[in-house]
Design a protein. Structure first.
Length: 276
C-alpha cells in the first residue's frame, strides 16, 4: 500500500510539472506572437510591360493613331460641343516629350491620339507625367476607353478618366469613371485641389484590378472606384482598354474660351507607362 501511494504521488508530480511546462510554453508562445506579429505579405511586384518615352523626332505609329476632324457626322463636337478640329500636325516631339499645341487660326485646332487596336490593356498600373496648359476653355486629358466601343458603344464600353483639367477651374484635377449606371455628369468622380498645379509636371496614375480602380496624383491616392455589386452596368472594366491623350477646347465641360487666353497653348507629356 505504501509503495502504491509513493507511485501515485510520483505520477501526480510528473503530470503537474508537464502541465505547468505546457502552460508556460503556451504563454511564452502567445507573448512572442504579440511581440513579433507575422509580417504582411509583400504585394506582387509589377513589371513594365509597355511604355512610350516620346524619344526621337516623330510619333511612333506602332503605338498611336490620330483622330482627325470635328467628330462629324456621327459625333459632332466629339459629343461635348467642343470647338476644335483635330489634326495630325498640332504636335511635335521635343526633348523627349510629346507636345500637343492648341491653336486658333481661322478655327481652333489641336491633336488627339489613341492606342486603339495597337496597345490595349486589362488591369495594371497606367501612368503618365504631364504639364497642363493654363487658360479658361482648355481641357487636357489622359484617359481610357473600352476596346469594344465600336460594338457596344459609349457608355457601355466604360471610360476611365485618369486625369482631366479644365482651365476655367484652376488649381484642381478631375478623376472619374463612366459606366451605364452613371455617365456624363457622373457621380463616380473626385475633384482634387492642387494649388499651382499649372506650374510644373505631375504624375497621374491608376492601379486597376478586377475589383477596384485606385487613382493617384504624385503617388498619393485620391480616389477609389469599386462597384458594390459588379454588373455590366456598374463594372465594364474586366476587359481590354485603349489609351487616349488630347487637348480639347471649349465644350460642355471645358467651358467658353476666356477673352484673355492667347494661343497657341501647349500640353506637355513626358511619358506613358504600363506596369502589370
Amino acid at each position: 500500500m505504501k509503495n502504491f501511494f509513493i507511485f501515485f504521488m510520483f505520477c501526480f508530480l510528473m503530470f503537474s510539472c508537464q502541465s505547468d511546462a505546457s502552460t508556460e510554453q503556451q504563454e511564452e508562445n502567445e507573448e512572442r506572437s504579440q511581440l513579433t506579429p507575422e509580417p504582411e505579405p509583400e504585394p506582387e511586384e509589377r513589371v513594365l510591360v509597355w511604355s512610350d518615352e516620346f524619344e526621337g523626332t516623330s510619333l511612333d505609329l506602332n503605338n498611336w493613331s490620330f483622330e482627325i476632324g470635328d467628330g462629324c457626322p456621327n459625333l459632332c463636337g466629339w459629343g461635348n460641343n467642343e470647338l476644335q478640329s483635330y489634326t495630325d500636325s498640332n504636335h511635335r516631339l521635343e526633348d523627349g516629350m510629346l507636345v500637343i499645341s492648341a491653336k486658333k487660326e481661322t478655327d481652333y485646332t489641336s491633336t488627339r491620339i489613341l492606342t486603339k487596336g495597337k496597345q490595349e490593356f486589362t488591369y495594371g498600373r497606367i501612368e503618365t507625367r504631364v504639364k497642363v496648359p493654363t487658360g479658361a476653355g482648355l481641357w487636357p486629358a489622359f484617359w481610357a476607353l473600352g476596346a469594344d466601343i465600336d460594338t457596344v458603344s459609349w457608355p457601355d464600353c466604360g471610360e476611365i478618366d485618369i486625369m482631366e483639367y479644365v482651365g476655367k477651374n484652376p488649381g484642381q484635377i478631375f478623376t472619374s469613371v463612366h459606366t451605364r449606371s452613371s455617365h456624363g455628369n457622373t457621380i463616380n468622380t473626385q475633384i482634387t485641389p492642387v494649388p499651382n498645379i499649372e506650374d510644373g509636371f505631375h504624375v497621374f496614375a491608376i492601379d486597376w484590378t478586377e475589383d477596384y480602380i485606385d487613382f493617384f496624383l504624385d503617388d498619393n491616392k485620391v480616389y477609389r472606384y469599386a462597384a458594390q455589386i459588379q454588373t455590366p452596368e456598374t463594372w465594364p472594366f474586366n476587359k481590354p482598354f485603349f489609351l487616349l491623350i488630347n487637348l480639347a477646347i471649349g465644350g460642355n465641360f471645358g467651358g467658353p474660351v476666356g477673352n484673355t487666353v492667347t494661343f497657341p497653348k501647349e500640353y506637355f507629356i513626358d511619358y506613358v507607362r504600363v506596369y502589370q
